[in-house]
Design a protein around this ligand. Structure first.
Ligand code: BTN
Length: 273
């Protein structure tokens, strides 16, 4: 497989104004989220501005949500972390995950013929073999200032691009890759550039007072579906219908008694109808 260092050397930089203009590309790291966090703790804030991107070809200890692993063969996928310094109110903290997952869905739709959707809260799904399968996941971490504003956030994203079907990692949500779903190799750089451009546009729209939620909610395959909600800390679960989201991105689930639960962080699986 080609590596990013050689692909980048023959390509143009993304057509963005600020996102990814400062970018570090490393052949292998433990985890781009962890390394970026270490760089922030040690480094000079000016060297790591809003929009800094850390990209790698291979992660030795890629992390998913809920302490899961995120694995991809070297050179097969998009594995990167984006640094933001939003200063947004805490109630808007999830907007970053919303706009990054929306941008990934739109970039995948632009570069393949796949039907793309989002599974709450952070999974990008494509239709493959008549079912929804996970092709990308997002891991957001951040810190708040004394006024409760989101001072910094690292948004890590993995997109399974050219992973052969036989090498797909196992996961609770059935996984796929763009190669497995389309039968074709998908060039990573054009996909990355479309993704970064769209993230930048959606982020700038927040600065102009526009929430990413309406566009994000439109793509949610979870709404209207029977779901099982599992809270990992308490190990409690219940069944219900996912009815809506609120402005903060929480999922509103109606249980069998008719009570609405506001679900902030949990695992949600779609149930058979
Ligand atoms: C999930 O679906 O559970 C989230 C997966 C997030 C994976 C990405 S890959 C780049 C970044 N570095 C990590 O260690 N994780 C994120």
């Amino acid at each position: 497989m080609k590596n990013f260092l050689s692909e980048m050397a023959v390509s143009h930089s993304p057509n963005t104004r600020w996102l990814g203009k400062q970018c570090q590309i490393l052949p292998a790291v433990d985890s781009t989220n962890d390394l970026l966090k270490e760089m922030m703790q040690q480094g000079d804030a000016d060297l790591l501005p809003n929009g800094f991107v850390l990209l790698t070809d291979y992660q030795r200890k890629g992390r998913g949500r809920l302490a899961r692993r995120w694995d991809a063969p070297a050179g097969s996928s998009l594995l990167l972390s984006l640094l933001f310094r939003p200063g947004w109110p805490a109630a808007q903290a999830n907007w970053l995950t919303m706009l990054v997952s929306l941008a990934a869905a739109e970039a995948i739709a632009a570069h393949t013929n796949l039907t793309v959707g989002l599974k709450w809260p952070n999974d990008v799904m494509v239709q493959h073999d008549n079912s929804w399968r996970k092709v990308s996941g997002i891991l957001q971490e951040g810190g708040f200032d004394a006024n409760g504003r989101l001072q910094w956030a690292i948004v890590g994203i993995g997109i399974n691009v050219n992973i052969p079907a036989a090498q797909l990692p196992e996961g609770m949500t059935p996984p796929t890759s763009l190669l497995a779903a389309t039968g074709q190799t998908v060039p990573r750089l054009p996909l990355l550039h479309t993704f970064l451009q769209r993230v930048e546009e959606l982020y700038d729209e927040v600065g102009n007072g526009r929430s990413p939620r309406p566009l994000w909610q439109n793509k949610l395959i979870t709404l209207g579906q029977p779901v099982r909600v599992t809270h990992h800390q308490t190990n409690q679960s219940f069944n219900g219908i996912a009815e809506a989201t609120d402005e903060a991105g929480h999922l509103l689930v109606r249980d069998v008694s008719g009570k609405i639960h506001t679900v902030a962080a949990a695992d949600v699986t779609l149930r058979e109808k």
